[in-house]
Ligand binder design. Structure first.
Ligand SMILES: Cc1cc2nc3c(=O)[nH]c(=O)nc-3n(C[C@H](O)[C@H](O)[C@H](O)COP(=O)(O)OP(=O)(O)OC[C@H]3O[C@@H](n4cnc5c(N)ncnc54)[C@H](O)[C@@H]3O)c2cc1C
Length: 346
């Protein structure tokens, strides 16, 4: 029995490590284009120079897991075609390739490792009073703008978007914008234009799914994410589980908060399947959102079980401490294959 995990981000690492722990007598391999594990939730820190976001992938994966450094070009029935021209056979596949980081020419995607590194280098070269534009007023945009403004108070930082912190309650949103203004960030409501004359433009608009699933003939949703049944199995190939940003899980959203439990749940269902037991439907509730605003500030928003924000939130240094623990917890999950989550309403 050969189980292959495609992609070693949060979802893939949890799944692979959990499988290694729970299954004996099966070969488990992970295929990932890079030998580094990327803590995507820290990429804005990498850009601003306030933190690191990578560590050797080999150290994150259980020793029993074979690691193959390659990008997958196509998912076939029972075999993957790799970009290096080789192929890799599988009996069961866990598809976890995340979301892609396409950004307009001349801008740098916050969500990609290479682009974040390039943005960091460019930022380091900027002279005082140079301008940085962050495009996107979602949580990643708020995090990127505040992190850069904190670390480089000599620069002019602006954030451009039609709306800001739309997923937060009005109290939390107001606080987040107050913090940004306090850091000197210009908040510009409107649509970004490529004619913007910034010295550095960071693209913090939500990632799209990669075309890999669709071009491989797996059934996808309109956004290109793999369509799955309630047990996280592909609706078009029963030997494929799909999890994280690359899976279309009803009620979910692109997040580490969902990717980790989905990785654990898919691994558990695979174990059940291999031991002749019935797979269990995946069930989780979101519990809130955590937005870092520099290293010593944040907004922590609680949510109802359907992901709608409650009026409860907190911020300041306690918020920053909480967010740091969440990031550490995500890495711990990836490393150990453990995941903690609240089940969805029955
Ligand atoms: C700055 C920032 C802050 C964030 N903060 C939060 C937060 O506070 N809370 C939260 O819940 N979420 C947050 N997110 C979102 C979160 O990081 C993602 O939703 C999460 O990483 C998804 O996990 P994943 O495993 O599905 O994908 P990823 O972590 O993106 O991992 C996908 C893996 O697949 C690999 N891969 C890609 N293509 C291929 C291929 N063709 N073949 C093989 N492997 C491939 C990639 O290299 C990568 O290793 C944040 C994102 C960003 C950018």
């Amino acid at each position: 029995m050969k189980i292959v995990v495609a992609g070693a981000g949060y979802a893939g690492a949890v799944a692979a490590n959990r499988l290694a722990r729970k299954i004996s007598g099966a070969e488990i391999a992970v295929v990932n284009p890079s030998s580094e594990f990327v803590e995507r939730v820290r990429l804005h820190e990498l850009i601003a120079g306030s933190g690191i976001a990578t560590r050797p992938l080999r150290e994150v994966l259980d020793d029993r897991i074979e690691l193959r450094i390659a990008a997958i070009e196509k998912v076939g029935d029972g075999a993957l075609t790799l970009l290096d021209g080789k192929s890799l056979e599988y009996d069961k596949l866990v598809y976890a390739v995340g979301s892609s980081n396409r950004a307009p020419e001349g801008t740098y995607a916050v969500g990609g490792l290479d682009t974040a590194r390039a943005a960091h280098a460019k930022l380091a070269d900027l002279a005082p009073a140079a301008t940085v534009t962050v495009v996107g007023g979602g949580l990643t945009g708020l995090e990127a703008a505040s992190e850069v403004a904190t670390e480089r108070s000599d620069l002019t930082v602006r954030i451009v978007s039609d709306e800001f912190g739309a997923s937060l309650s009005s109290g939390a949103r107001t606080r987040a914008l107050e913090v940004l203004r306090g850091l000197g960030v210009d908040i510009v409501t409107g649509t970004w234009s490529p004619d913007d004359s910034a010295d550095l433009t960071l693209w913090a608009v939500a990632g799209q799914a990669d075309t890999l699933a669709a071009r491989s003939g797996l059934e996808t949703d309109s956004a290109g994410r793999v369509a799955v049944d309630s047990c996280l199995r592909s609706t078009s190939n029963p030997n494929v589980y799909a999890i994280g940003d690359s899976a279309s899980v009803p009620g979910s959203r692109l997040s580490c908060q969902a990717a980790l439990p989905q990785g654990a749940a898919a691994a558990d269902n695979l174990v059940r399947e291999l031991t002749g037991k019935a797979a269990k439907p995946f069930s989780m509730s979101f519990v809130g959102q955590n937005v870092s605003l520099g290293r010593s500030n944040a907004v922590i928003q609680s949510a109802h079980r359907n992901d709608v924000p409650t009026r409860i939130w907190f911020g300041g240094r306690p918020g920053a401490f909480f967010k740091e623990q969440v990031c550490r917890g995500a890495l711990w999950s990836a490393r150990t294959g453990n995941a903690l989550w609240v089940r969805g309403p029955r």
